[in-house]
Ligand binder design. Sequence first.
Ligand code: ZN
Length: 315
Amino acid sequence: MKEIYFLKPLFFEKIWGGTRLEKNFGYHIPEDIDKHKVGEAWGISGHYKGRNTIINGKYKGMNLDDLWKTHPEIFGEDGSRGDFPLQLRLVDAQDDLSIQVHPYEEYAMKHENQHGKNEAWYIIECQPDSKLIYGSNANTKGELKQMVAEGRWNDLVRYKNIKAGDFVYVPSGIMHAICAGTMVLEIAQCSDVTYRFYDYDRVDKNGNHRPLHIEKSIDVLTVPTPNVSLNKKVIKYPHSTKEIYLDNEFFYIAKITVNGAHNIKNDKPFGACCVLNGSGKIMDYEIKKGDFFIVPSDIKTMNIEGNLEMIIACA
Ligand code: ZN
């Protein structure tokens, strides 16, 4: 029988984290984490700071990095190459995240020996009239340096209005921050390099500030802020809808909504999936909100039934 592979999420305590990963998704949070500060659930990751384990089937117990390297055929590859290219994580921002930027590939490799990071967010939940920090008002690096030196954050940052169900693409080099109350599914390249401009002068439970990386942030920020346009494609079927948010050199990201039963073609080498809402079945597997799984390359048609929304991503 053809198998899909479910992964066990990993949880991370964050200064800005909250309780919704437990409350809304029903996850069991490990004892060593403060339940009131759960910021992230990594669901699909081969990154060295957190590798998810397969929990079913013939590769049960293997982590994603090992599976990727030893079984390239699952991912439609003839041979392994580098790191598993994607990371999917749920983020619960009870408080504002730091004002940050991620480096592009060349810079990250040179300075951090890690990949660059382009990322995208599907907004799961937010307050009415919510905003994100997205882009800056600096037109030159000189202006940027001056505004940062003077701490003129209100003049520097740009805001973007958001609501639940929005999709936001954040290429490397764009200043950004998720603000208090927002919960997202983040789909990113395999990298954990974040440069912080500003962290609201917060201290952690030990009274320490988190490090800032002003010089590197200034190095990698793109000025002026480029226009990032999305070409969303919507394909409607009798009992399902596929919304393709992004299909570029880094990502393929789509949302599938099913109400009933439908055979959905999987024309990508593999699918990294997260169920956002509802429940149902894929092939013979029960799936529900909060499940993360990988659809391998030998499954070309996904038979899905139920009432659910899920994200499917590929690199
Ligand atoms: Zn980020």
